[in-house]
Design a protein around this ligand. Structure first.
Ligand SMILES: [Zn+2]
Length: 103
């Protein structure tokens, strides 16, 4: 019997809201601007970039309605958790498509 396969990517993309994209874009900007490369502990109150980044991350995690074991919300690192890397690709693709559409 033939089955219809749905990729994780496609499944997620439908759930990426405007708000989620805004959060993702802000996180990408923070990642590029942070001199610490976001390597600080989240409990380090002195690093504004890290605090903002993880604040955004928590909001994005909620926005995508991820469960507590779907952590982090996304990862751009190689060899990280496959589902987190998949979410990064989906968010990046949605963000890029959004930017192209805005031009
Ligand atoms: Zn930092």
């Amino acid at each position: 019997m033939p089955t219809t396969r749905r990729t994780v990517k496609r499944y997620l993309r439908r759930r990426i809201s405007r708000h989620a994209l805004d959060l993702f874009d802000s996180m990408m900007k923070l990642e590029q601007s942070a001199s610490c490369e976001l390597a600080c502990s989240t409990t380090n109150p002195d690093c504004v970039a890290c605090k903002q980044y993880w604040d955004h991350h928590d909001k994005l995690h909620d926005e995508l309605r991820l469960t507590s074991w779907q952590w982090p919300a996304f990862s751009s690192f190689e060899n990280d958790k496959p589902d987190a890397m998949e979410r990064f690709k989906a968010l990046k693709a949605a963000s890029d498509a959004d930017k192209r559409a805005a031009k």
